[in-house]
Design a protein around this ligand. Structure first.
Ligand code: MLT
Ligand code: MN
Ligand code: ZN
Length: 306
């Protein structure tokens, strides 16, 4: 199974347009922090067939940087190797790129019913011509084949999370952290190689159900939004903790490093990394801590074969 990281950053990207934090300044000025675009992956589903996980606002640049996702160079015709787009939630950093994928190109758009309802309720997404783009509901805990050569299946599963920021109300906040169709992870299986990849860009908590789901995966791509739960508050960037944003921090007794330490995984890779996260500085103490316990920090263009 082959997975390419198109964008390794969380919402806002790195550098974020309005942010002068040390990481953003370093990324802007060619320092040690590599620039990263917003959250998306591509999973190979056969000969010149790919499935995207999320449609980032940066998808135009991501596709230009990834020759495998270019139209076939057979002259004149329109086309795309992208056979499906799977959404893990309705966050702006995961849906805004759908608007770039208009232009009467057939593909399957797969999301849970609640995320599909968010798209349906916002008419700007009607720019995706229904004659070409098939909206297909993802059923939790049911595996389905992916369009391609038939090797890959995906199983969506709910993780602790919340609705997208722009959908928050007092009601949704009361349910924050619960499992629902609003935030999901995706488990990919390759029937030929027998390998399994688990992709979770957003997750508010680590519990036994999550650990059981991940256990034995050949690769885990997991929410690396923040290192410390309060890092955005202490840096003066925001009033919110990571958990309040639906993202379990890496550090701490109840963080992802400790929580997932005893889960058996081939490779463990942090994705969806916020520009405030100190692990983005290769020379930081946080980057050393994370590397010492076997985690990799994703970067744009990272190619993972398991
Ligand atoms: C998140 O992952 O928490 C969201 O992308 C935040 C946002 O929409 O800015
Ligand atoms: Mn996000
Ligand atoms: Zn910043």
């Amino acid at each position: 199974m082959r997975i390419t990281v198109l964008g390794a950053s969380a919402g806002g990207g790195l550098p974020q347009w309005n942010c002068a934090c040390p990481n953003c300044q370093s990324a802007r000025t060619g320092g040690e922090v590599l620039p990263r675009t917003q959250s998306a992956l591509a999973v190979a589903a056969g000969d010149r067939r790919w499935v995207l996980v999320n449609a980032s606002p940066d998808i135009g640049a991501q596709l230009r940087a990834t020759p495998a996702l270019w139209p076939a160079s057979d002259g004149g015709q329109r086309g795309s190797p992208i056979s499906a787009v799977l959404l893990t939630n309705a966050d702006v950093d995961h849906i805004a790129g759908l608007l770039t994928l208009r232009e009467s190109q057939p593909f399957e758009l797969c999301a849970t019913p609640s995320v599909l309802e968010t798209l349906r309720a916002n008419r700007v997404f009607d720019a995706l011509n229904a004659d070409h783009v098939t909206r297909s509901p993802l059923e939790l805990d049911h595996s389905r084949p992916l369009p391609g050569d038939g090797r890959l299946t995906v199983t969506p599963f709910a993780v602790p999370g919340k609705v997208a920021l722009f959908l928050e109300t007092p009601d949704t906040l009361a349910r924050s952290g619960a499992r629902s169709e609003d935030t999901i992870g995706l488990e990919f299986r390759d029937a030929v190689s027998g390998t399994r990849a688990v992709v979770i860009p957003g997750c508010a908590d680590i519990d036994d159900e999550l650990k059981t789901r991940i256990d034995g995966a050949d690769v885990l791509l997991f929410d690396g939004t923040v290192y410390n739960d309060d890092e955005m508050i202490t840096a003066g960037l925001s009033q919110k903790t990571g958990r309040r944003m639906g993202h379990v921090p890496m550090a701490g007794l109840d963080g992802s490093l400790a929580g997932l330490a005893d889960v058996r995984v081939g490779r463990r890779v942090f994705i969806h990394i916020n520009n405030s996260n100190p692990v983005l500085q290769p020379s930081s103490g946080a980057a050393c801590v994370v590397a010492d316990v076997g985690w990799e920090i994703a970067f744009d263009g990272m190619d993972i074969t398991v």
